[in-house]
Ligand binder design. Structure first.
Ligand SMILES: Cc1cc2nc3c(=O)[nH]c(=O)nc-3n(C[C@H](O)[C@H](O)[C@H](O)COP(=O)(O)OP(=O)(O)OC[C@H]3O[C@@H](n4cnc5c(N)ncnc54)[C@H](O)[C@@H]3O)c2cc1C
Length: 596
């Protein structure tokens, strides 16, 4: 085996490796780091975008500067039939670190019920909550230290924010007055409640998956790891039913790279299904329409696209300075010198989870509180003092699809998230808007707000709120599910056709896996960065043939269930259901007294 970090350039083939990983995003960085721990394994990571060395990537509060920049694929959905026939801007990271280099750094994992549903409803043995919790911990370096729920020694630095805006504090207090419980750990025993988020930062800088897993010392030390940026992969080379490598577009020419063990697609929920289809794996009719030779007919490729839809509620806050007033030259100088100050804010500092009805087993709504007017998806600079609660549906029924627009890998695919195509999504979002309006009428929020900018006073009835949602719904940036994992049984196949098996191997060919957010059978109720990393951590063990980490003992999970049952904090709508004990009173059964 060759173990030197060289770029071989024989005619036509520009390198031979054991593993070729396509896409240097959240999952790709984990895989590159874990697979190259074995010095005998030659690992190549191919990323279409550039290195992530710019200050605007490192500065947490500069996130909006990354939208529609050279670090963004800058996708747009097809017109959304149930959302005013609008096309909607969809950012995705096109840079080392992928979307984790342009995201809002919020560290949440979703609900245990999500992963248990993967295992029980979709036959994904080995991917339940008990199976994944050890991988969440392995990935994590939480400043609060090690616990049943958290790791302290992993690559991903998770921190409490050091700046907290008064807008977020007012929201939390107001929501509590309306019955929402206080929660200082959305990734602990109970997900529901309001509080400040923890963020993926290290020393006041963004900690992307590239920072976490491929820091300069790792890249320098691993002679068996080659990271190549600016390389657009155009297809997987399939020879005799086996993935033998990939073709890449580099400096205007088409070249190929060979993989002796495996090709692993980690190109994200848009890039991975696009590449499978370009390589002849997907819905046969559609592939033929584009003149692509069909290798494996699978209509599930690109299907099951699921995203969290979001709608903003915005109030004027004339007495509070907005971030842009605090971020001027002095703020930049301070951040550059000390990595401290207001520029360490991820802007969406506070929020939480709630249920739109008392009988739901887990939260279906998430709040993101921004001390600014979140206009036009963050593309318009806010000109007035305001705050936003981004009301987000996290248990989504609508399903869409990614299709090819052409057989040219440089052409963006057609993205149809089918927002609001299931009417239950619209009704849950309508309740969500009503809930945050109710919070806004409570003392701490009403004291800082001076009128609702959006939806505005003219929007009152349920019908008017629904019209507002249809006219304004957009993405919360969490597309998943387009190369869904599923078990082998007929029952599970009947429920949802799958693209990869539970070892993440692509059905219909050998030597090819998909490892990224596209394999999620359903979308977790929370942000998707941490789940993607946990999935990639487990996938790395599977790929190298290491026994997976032992599942968490049943008693830990049981204790959480008992806590969840004891604790039914959903007094909204007012008068429906009784609030259970607050978190401060909850005892972790079977685990001694927890940190609450
Ligand atoms: C604006 C924004 C805000 C977000 N905020 C949060 C947040 O606060 N918290 C959170 O947990 N999650 C957040 N997310 C979501 C989170 O970042 C993603 O879910 C996660 O990064 C997905 O990881 P992935 O590996 O599946 O894909 P990505 O990280 O997107 O990686 C895919 C990589 O593949 C590369 N690629 C694609 N096609 C090709 C090709 N043909 N050839 C070569 N390379 C290719 C891409 O350039 C990219 O680097 C946010 C996302 C965005 C866009």
């Amino acid at each position: 085996m060759v173990s030197e970090n060289v770029w071989l350039v024989p005619a036509g083939v520009i390198g031979v490796y054991d593993y070729v990983i396509v896409g240097g995003g959240s999952a790709g960085c984990v895989l590159a780091a874990r697979l190259s721990e074995n010095p005998d394994a030659r690992v190549l990571l191919l990323e279409a975008g550039p290195e992530a060395s710019a200050d605007e990537i490192a500065i947490p509060a500069a996130m909006s500067r990354l939208l529609q920049s050279k670090y963004d694929w800058n996708y747009t959905t097809v017109p959304q039939e149930r959302a005013g026939d609008r096309t909607i801007y969809w950012p995705r990271g096109r840079v080392l670190g992928g979307s984790s280099s342009i995201d809002a750094m919020i560290y949440t994992r979703g609900s245990r019920f999500d992963y248990d549903s993967w295992r029980d409803d979709f036959g994904c043995t080995g991917w339940g909550y008990r199976d994944l919790l050890p991988y969440f911990r392995r990935a994590e370096a939480n400043q609060r230290g090690v616990s049943r729920w958290h790791g302290a020694d992993g690559p991903v630095s998770v921190r409490d924010l050091t700046v907290r805006s008064p807008h977020g504090k007012a929201f939390i207090e107001a929501a509590q007055r309306r019955g929402a419980p206080d929660n200082d750990d959305f990734n602990g025993p109970v997900q529901e409640g309001v509080g400040f988020y923890q963020v993926t930062q290290r020393d006041g800088r963004r900690c992307s998956a590239a920072d976490a897993y491929l820091p300069p010392d790792v890249r320098a030390a691993r002679k068996n790891l080659t990271v190549k940026t600016g390389m657009l992969v155009t297809s997987v080379l399939i020879e005799g039913g086996r993935a033998a490598g990939v073709t890449v577009r580099y400096r205007g020419a088409e070249e190929s790279v060979r993989a002796e063990n495996e090709v692993i697609l980690a190109a994200g929920a848009i890039g991975s299904p696009q590449l499978l289809m370009l390589s002849g794996i997907g819905p046969a009719d559609e592939l033929r329409q584009h003149g692509i030779f069909v290798i494996a007919d699978n209509p599930a490729v690109g299907a099951n696209l699921t995203d969290h839809p979001m709608v903003p509620v915005i109030w004027a806050t004339p007495g509070l300075r907005g971030p842009w007033e605090r971020h001027g030259n002095a703020g930049v100088a301070r951040w550059k010198l000390t990595h401290k100050g207001p520029l360490t804010s991820n802007i969406a500092e506070a929020g939480g989870f709630a249920r739109s009805g008392p009988r739901l087993q887990a939260p279906d709504l998430q709040w993101y509180v921004l001390p600014t007017a979140f206009l036009n998806q963050g593309l318009t600079d806010p000109a007035r003092r305001a705050m936003t609660v981004a009301v987000t549906l996290v248990n989504v029924a609508s399903r869409g699809r990614v299709r090819l627009a052409s057989k040219d890998a440089r052409h963006r695919p057609l993205i149809d998230p089918a927002y609001l195509s299931d009417v239950s999504d619209l009704s849950a979002l309508t309740t969500g808007v009503r809930m945050v309006r109710d919070y806004a009428s409570a003392g701490p929020l009403s004291a800082i707000t001076a009128g609702e900018i959006a939806p505005g006073d003219s929007v009152g009835t349920d019908q008017e709120v629904r019209d507002y949602i249809r006219a304004n719904v957009s993405t919360l940036y969490h597309p998943t599910g387009t190369c869904a994992m599923g078990g082998d049984s007929a029952l599970h196949a009947a429920r949802q056709a799958s693209v990869v098996d539970t070892m993440l191997r692509v059905r219909g060919v050998t030597g090819l896996r998909v490892v990224d957010a596209s394999v999620f059978p359903t979308l977790p109720r929370g942000d998707t960065g941490a789940p993607t990393i946990a999935v990639a951590e487990r996938a790395a063990d599977i790929i190298v043939g290491r026994a997976p980490l032992a599942p968490d003992p049943v008693d830990a999970v049981t204790s959480e269930l008992i806590v969840a049952r004891l604790y039914s904090p959903c007094p909204w709508p007012p008068g429906v259901g009784e609030a259970g004990p607050g978190l401060a009173e909850v005892v972790e059964v079977g685990a001694g007294r927890g940190r609450f």
